[in-house]
Every structure is written in structure tokens, then in C-alpha cells.
Design a protein around this ligand. Structure first.
Ligand SMILES: C[S@@+](CC[C@H](N)C(=O)[O-])C[C@H]1O[C@@H](n2cnc3c(N)ncnc32)[C@H](O)[C@@H]1O
Length: 432
């Protein structure tokens, strides 16, 4: 098959990214917007040596009972959401199945208990987002999310998974950037909303001139938002004072500046923190290592229950924010260490090996270097928060194989409804 050719495909099952899987002339085809059991007319969008990719143009058979009408007009073009055509309740089952299947296939593991998945609002849950901006002679200014697997920006005037305070800004942002002298230099916009503040951060190398500053200040006043400029790693507020966002987790008050890492879905993050505290069950005679700790999302709630906490993180700014948040809450038993957990030093490994329990929350790449090289002699209990079932399964195989842990439980948290992203927590114990 070649690009743009059409054929009739019968969808046999789901792939791990929410697409349907079919076979055509001996080759596997991944088909977007197609559900198992459906016969669809599909158009090839990209060919590869061992598989092809296609999109369903129409459903020729009876539609699957799992199918619903996508809410968003950009569904199918925008790369942000992949599952809007699937019933909300089935999306959760799908994510549980993906995790169980990847664990079994990649690591030959099954958790002793699969705990009930935790869900939240299916829409309007995202409190932060990176929006792409592009300008061309043909299309003018486009602002929105990129098409799947492409650099092309889909012009979005609203986004139903964003919190309304952010989605409502999208058309106004287009007008704002369109009117700037430096409009061609804005590459991205970051949106951040917490209980007390909304910030719009424009990614732009040159400093704004006086006329642009006036337009940005008018925008800030009209929409009651803070405006920042980001260049490289530096973020500057365009207002008179630094921008600070405040929010609560577990009755602790956190502050952050725009540009930091914040778990996207506040409701699910609150449930995630509660679950981690429950399954890690820290006590006053224990030291807990919180690896990939960010600005202390888990470290500070853990420190309220544990003897002490050692948070490890590579980002200086997040560490500084973590220390400041510990001070704000008068928490004295939490230390924040800078370290590269993808290339663990002897010092770091020794500090962690001396703790009683470990919490891991790595980015998508997982924590292979750490789980391979740490001496787990003294550590009987690990809780692993993951946003990638695949690297979780890889690391779980090392923990359960080489280090003799048992995978006690897994639990899926629906951090990103309408998308195929799976967030999960796995609990590992030794000697049971
Ligand atoms: C999924 S986030 C979790 C952050 C935090 N636990 C939270 O809940 O907000 C992963 C964190 O790992 C940090 N990180 C990325 N690469 C790292 C590395 N090589 N060594 C240490 N930390 C790293 C990132 O800066 C980020 O804060």
C-alpha cells in the first residue's frame, strides 16, 4: 500500500496507543479512530517496512458499542487526544488491560492485586499545557496542539480537556500574538492555572519592545492573568513582581513559579499522593528516599509521617522550590539532594541504600540505571509511580528478577482522560 490509498480493513484488537489493529496483505496496520469488531474504510497515512499507519474514513459495518461521538471538533487532526471516540468507562478498562498485557508480555509479571482504577472529571482537567505557535505566509498565525507525528500546528480556538480558565484564553491569545511586533518570534506558549493565579508564558528569544509591553500589559489586565517571557531557561515576569502560584496538597501549602513541573490533573494528583502515603505507610523510625522528587509533591506529605525524607532530583530550580516549600510548611525533616538518577554516583547510591523505603516517580524513560545499580539489601518496600507501562515493566523485571521483590499491587490513575497515556502506581515488597 502507498500513502493516500484506501482499502477496507477489519479491526481485530486495540494497540497500546488506542488505535485499532488490522492486517492487510500480511502486514499489520494501525488505524486511528477505529474500534475492534468494526469494518472500516481506511486511508493509509504512513508506510513503514514492517507496518503501516492509517486513519478510518468511515465505518462500513455496525459501529462498535464502545463508540461515542467525539466532543471536540479537532479530534482526528489534533494530536492531543486519541480516545475521544471511546466511552469514558471503557477508556479506563482499556488502560488497565494495556498495563496487564505489557507487564505479562515484557516481564512475565502479574501483580498479586490489581486495585480499582481511580478516575476523575473526564473533561476540563488539565491545569497546565504547552501550546505550539507557528506562522506561515499560507496560513498566517496558527496556535494550538501539533498533529500526531507531525510538526504541523492545528489551530485550536478551544480545548475541552483544558480547565476553562485556560481554554477560554485560546482565541484571545491568537489575537494578542497576531498584534505583537515580535509575533514571528513566539515559538510556544505555556499556560498554567492554580487556585489563585493563571499565567501565560510566551517563549520568545528577543526582549519585547515598549509597544509590545503595553499590549501584553493590557492583555494581562483584561483577562486577569500574569504574563511572563521565557528565553532559554530564564523566565521573567512582565509585571512589577515575580509570578508565584499557590495550591494545597494534603493540607500543605505549595508555591511554584511558571516553568516548573506540576502534575497536570489536580484531582488525580491529590488521590495519587493519598495512595502513595497509604501504600508506602511511612513511620517515624524510617527514612524514605523520594527519587525524581520534583519540588516535593510527595516528599513533603511523606515527611509529615516519616522520620525523615531524602528527595533526589536533577533540576536545580525544582530543588530550590522544594526547599522553599519545606520552609513554608515548617518541615525540618526533609532534605533535597541534587543528583542524576540516570547515571547514579556511588555517593547517591549509598545514600539511598541506607533508607528503609523508596518512592520512585521517574519521567517516561524510567529508572533502569538506578534499579540495576542500587544495593537493595536493606530495602524491603518500594513504591513506583510511572507514566509509562513499558519502562515500568522493564524496571519491574529487574526488581523482581535480580532483586527478588514481589509485585504486590498495581493501580491505574486516569491522569489524562481522552488520551492513551497511562499513569500507574506499583508496590514492590521483599520477604513476604
Ligand atoms: C514525573 S516527574 C515527577 C516529579 C515529582 N515526583 C512530582 O510528583 O511532581 C519526574 C521528575 O524527574 C526529574 N528528572 C528527570 N531526569 C532526571 C534525572 N536524570 N535525575 C534526576 N531527576 C530527573 C524531572 O525534573 C522531574 O521533576
Amino acid at each position: 500500500m502507498k500513502n493516500n490509498e484506501r482499502d477496507t480493513l477489519t479491526i481485530q484488537n486495540f494497540a497500546h496507543d488506542g488505535r485499532g489493529v488490522a492486517r492487510l496483505k500480511g502486514k499489520t496496520v494501525f488505524v486511528s479512530n477505529a474500534l475492534p469488531g468494526e469494518m472500516v474504510e481506511a486511508e493509509i497515512v504512513c508506510t513503514h517496512r514492517s507496518f503501516d499507519e492509517a486513519k478510518a474514513i468511515s465505518v462500513l459495518s455496525r459501529e462498535s458499542h464502545l463508540r461515542v461521538t467525539p466532543k471536540c471538533e479537532y479530534f482526528g487532526t489534533c494530536g492531543g487526544c486519541d480516545l475521544q471516540h471511546i466511552q469514558d468507562s471503557y477508556q479506563l478498562k482499556y488502560k488497565r488491560d494495556v498495563l496487564a498485557e505489557i507487564l505479562a508480555r515484557q516481564s512475565d509479571l502479574t501483580a498479586e492485586y490489581e486495585l480499582e482504577a481511580v478516575t476523575s472529571l473526564p473533561w476540563r482537567y488539565r491545569r497546565n499545557a504547552r501550546i505550539a505557535v507557528s506562522t506561515s505566509l499560507e496560513h498566517g498565525l496558527t496556535l494550538g496542539f501539533r498533529e500526531k507525528g507531525s510538526r504541523t500546528v492545528v489551530h485550536c480556538l478551544k480545548c475541552d480537556i483544558l480547565e476553562p480558565s485556560l481554554s477560554d484564553l485560546l482565541p484571545h491569545l491568537t489575537d494578542l500574538i497576531q498584534g505583537l511586533d515580535f509575533k514571528n518570534s513566539v515559538s510556544e506558549v505555556e499556560l498554567l492555572s492554580t487556585e489563585d493565579n493563571v499565567t501565560v508564558t510566551l517563549f520568545i528569544e528577543p526582549k519585547f519592545n515598549a509597544s509590545d509591553r503595553i499590549k501584553l500589559s493590557d492583555f494581562s489586565n483584561a483577562h486577569k492573568v500574569s504574563v511572563c517571557r521565557k528565553s532559554g531557561k530564564t523566565i521573567e515576569s512582565l509585571g512589577s513582581s515575580n509570578v508565584v502560584h499557590g495550591y494545597y496538597i494534603n493540607k500543605l501549602y505549595f508555591e511554584m513559579s511558571p516553568g516548573g513541573f506540576l502534575q497536570t490533573n489536580h484531582e488525580i494528583n491529590t488521590a495519587l499522593v493519598a495512595h502513595v502515603l497509604e501504600v508506602l505507610a511511612p513511620s517515624k523510625n524510617e527514612t524514605i528516599a523520594d527519587l525524581f522528587c520534583g519540588m516535593g509533591n510527595f516528599s513533603l506529605p511523606l515527611a509529615q509521617l516519616a522520620g525523615s525524607v531524602v528527595g533526589v532530583e536533577s533540576d536545580r530550580d525544582l530543588l530550590a522550590q522544594g526547599r522553599a516549600n519545606a520552609d513554608l510548611n515548617a518541615i525540618l525533616n526533609c532534605e533535597f539532594l541534587r543528583g542524576d538518577l540516570f547515571k547514579c554516583s556511588e555517593f547517591l547510591l549509598a545514600r539511598v541504600a541506607d533508607c528503609e523505603k523508596i518512592l520512585l516517580d521517574p519521567p517516561r524513560l524510567g529508572a533502569l540505571d538506578f534499579v540495576t545499580n542500587c544495593d537493595f539489601e536493606k530495602i524491603n518496600h518500594i513504591v513506583y509511580v510511572s507514566c509509562s507501562p513499558s519502562t515500568f515493566a522493564r524496571d519491574a523485571k529487574v526488581l523482581c528478577g535480580r532483586h527478588k521483590y514481589t509485585l504486590i499491587s498495581t493501580r491505574v490513575f486516569d491522569m489524562f482522560p481522552q488520551t492513551a497515556h497511562v499513569e500507574l502506581v506499583g508496590v514492590f515488597k521483599k520477604g513476604i
